[in-house]
Design a protein. Structure first.
Length: 392
């Protein structure tokens, strides 16, 4: 047991050393040298620095892979993690064809293009410059560590979107994970695991996947197929209503959270995802009212209600699945989650196909039996009946 523990410690040490060495071989213009570096986990970036304990300052070089028409940023957040409160160095192509670097503060998620401006930070910046070469931006800066504290929350970002000539907005996925707590003295870095906004995005995704993507299809399967089995009446109806109503309540909660996230993300609009979500909310709300507008079975408008209820129900399921995959593309979670949902949808589809075959077999058998009874005058005036795949 003891040798295994020693081996594991050595392995972890080698892996950690390898991570540090992956950025240690980088070179910089003007023969600049840096004592410490960290290969950042996301967005193909690295941070290099020299810490000066005598005056609490650091010389940093932030290097990030990016196209010439894109932008990169590196920031220190003195009072929190993530974007709000970040003091950033923002590098991007200027109007004259050269690259430029701004220092700017982000006080909220609702940033407007006019808020992205060159301004003083909350800590002293003694120098700054930027260069673009070989597909990489490199930001050089000399700055004072806030509160003379070597442990700082750092954030970095990259995108190719602009508004009014300044960087504005970025995609999801790794761009929401690009933050660490870094000790400029020891060089140790700890991932902050994202921020509350990313957590809310994940909750939004889970709520909508469960409601629109699972409960709604299950409710339709129950209504379409379970009612054929006489022993399932009236339990199938209550199960159907339970799935649809609970799916609607959970879905509206997820929809409302999505509206809030959109409001907090000025400059970042996923048009297709948003439009599908609005359509889903409207259709689902109309569908819920169907419970209160349902005519009696012998009412002359019952057929029209049935067609409307079926059409809206299937439309909700189709739009739900499409929009959930849109959400996967936006959040860009671990592939296992998308695969898990694919398995769920395929399983529900397979169950529906099997039940379709089974219920048709039951219907045809009943029709044949009732036809025989009718032929012998044993079934009165209506011997054939109807296969009611009616959604209530």
């Amino acid at each position: 047991m003891k040798p295994a523990i020693i081996f594991l410690c050595l392995l972890l040490s080698v892996l950690d050393h390898g991570s540090a060495q992956s950025c240690a071989g980088e070179t910089f213009s003007g023969n600049k040298l840096y004592a410490t570096c960290n290969s950042l986990s996301y967005l193909s970036a690295s941070l290099h620095w020299n810490y000066h304990p005598s005056n609490g300052t650091v010389d940093v070089a932030y290097r990030a892979l990016q196209t010439s028409d894109g932008w990169v940023a590196w920031a220190i957040n003195p009072n929190g993690s993530g974007m709000i409160g970040a003091n950033a160095f923002l590098a991007f192509p200027g109007s004259n064809g050269t690259v430029t670097v701004y220092t700017t503060q982000f006080s909220s998620y609702g940033v407007l293009p006019s808020d992205v401006k060159n301004e003083n930070l909350t800590f002293a910046v003694y120098s700054r410059e930027v260069e673009y070469s070989g597909g990489y931006y490199t930001i050089y800066a000399a700055l004072e560590l806030p509160r003379n504290d070597t442990k700082q929350n750092t954030v970095w970002q990259a995108s190719t979107t602009f508004s009014n000539g300044v960087p504005y907005g970025h995609p999801g996925g790794d761009n929401y994970k690009s933050q660490i707590s870094l000790d400029f003295l020891s060089g140790t870095a700890v991932s902050t695991g994202g921020n509350s906004r990313l957590h809310r995005r994940n909750i939004h995704g889970v709520l909508n996947a469960i409601s629109w993507g699972v409960l709604m299809p299950v409710g339709i399967i129950i209504a379409r197929y379970m009612k054929v089995f006489k022993s399932a009446d009236p339990a199938w109806f209550y199960l159907h209503v339970a799935c649809q109503v609970s799916g609607y309540i959970i879905g509206v909660s997820g929809w409302g959270l999505g509206i809030k996230l959109g409001k907090d993300s000025a400059g970042i609009t996923y048009h297709k995802h948003r439009d599908l979500a609005i359509a889903l909310f409207c259709l689902a709300t109309v569908q819920v009212f169907a419970l209160f507008l349902r005519p009696n079975k012998d009412h002359k408008y019952r057929l029209y209600w049935k067609v409307y209820h079926l059409a809206v129900g299937y439309s909700i399921v189709i739009l739900s699945v499409v929009n959930i995959f849109e959400g996967f593309d936006i959040l860009d979670p671990a592939k296992k989650w998308k695969r898990a949902y694919v398995v769920i949808i395929v399983t529900l589809g397979a169950i529906a196909l099997v039940l379709e075959a089974v219920t048709w077999a039951i219907y045809l058998k009943r029709r044949q039996r009732e036809a025989e009874k009718s032929h012998h005058g044993a079934n009165g005036a209506n011997g054939y009946g109807v296969r009611e795949h009616e959604m209530l």
